[in-house]
Design a binder for this molecule. Sequence first.
Ligand code: LLP
Length: 418
Amino acid sequence: MKNNHLKLKNNIFHVENINLELLANKMGTPLYVYSRAAIKDSWNRYAKAILNKNCLICYGMKANSNLAILKEFSELGSGFDIVSGGELERALAIGANPQKIVFSGVGKQEWEIIYALKSGIKCFNIESEAELHKISDIASNLHITAPISIRVNPDVDAKTHPYISTGLKENKFGISIKNALNCYKTASKLPFIDIVGIDCHIGSQLTEIPPFIDALDKLIPLIKELIKNNISIKHLDIGGGLGITYKDEVIPDPKQIIDSVILKLKESNLDHLELILEPGRSLIGNCGILLTKVIYIKHSEDRNFVIVDAAMNDLLRPALYQSYHEVKPVAPRTGNAKEYDVVGPICESADWLAKNRLLNVQENDLLIIESAGAYCTTMSSNYNSRVRPAEVIVDDCKYYIIKNRENLSDILKLETTI
Ligand code: LLP
């Protein structure tokens, strides 16, 4: 955890004041451990940046949608960016204000649109003309006006991993900047459609500000065109995407981005617009770790392996994006370290969590996989019929179980033989 909530005391790592060795003994491993203080700290970075500004943060819950975490953000004042009926169900389950929910995603289905319309969400971020017509039809049938914004694909390079880049014209997301005006014109003629905003999201794990500004530079002329065409909007949503430090990345503070965007809007006489942001990773990524135990040490001819009880089903990011997560022993040993690959028990060569790490470890040692708050538990699966881990939140010297470990009957219970 790069937020100073992971501390070495008497040679044992603690999250806040919880000793991770004792926690692992009580809860078992693999185990996701979040810090409540870290969550509050990362929220406060955004809260400070938007103080006295016409700005709404809608936490991109796909990063981590555990109910306890959603409730924490909701109580801190956050709205939510959702991408499915399931995520809407989660937001409503913790009592989120529907007027602070925006609904993104390229494949909204009929039941999800009905559910969102009936719940009274703030806005649908529309990603295609076909979706606009689907929402319009459903809204007319229900006699409920649908608030919409168009997600514009500005064709800018977010300079991130290609799998998490979304604002290039070859990506499936949004409506191209050149077709957006026409789409707005079409929308303005539909009786049960209320145009309220403009939206974009260019990618994830962005480490610099210029791509956000490049996107804005494309959006501002479009907003001016809308005004010329008597299409008025109330908000500009610049999506999420701010990165976190996994290794040594230097990440701008949210305030730098928010200030730069607001300055640009002022210069363009558009500062009456409400600014919406949809951060996911930067709110939760460095608030959590994955705790795992060494099962075996294996030396082969040209590599050493630490085989642990967590695997790609618990943390898919390295397999999918070759991503880096810091690994630390819970109780560091003195003596010589060796270079190891940290791998899981799954029958795939892609099942690795870290490569070429200098470690001094033995069987049964506990390891910390850092930066596991975002896109880890939400991307987990039951591959190899492995049960998904438990999750806890630490608050000073107490911890709360926020998800129980699955058991084998859980993973069999929806299946039958014929
Ligand atoms: N808004 C929209 C429309 C999005 O598609 C996303 C993320 C976000 C907001 C939140 O973005 P963030 O602030 O977290 O970067 N699984 C990948 C990340 C995929 C991001 C997908 N969209 C990973 O593990 O790196």
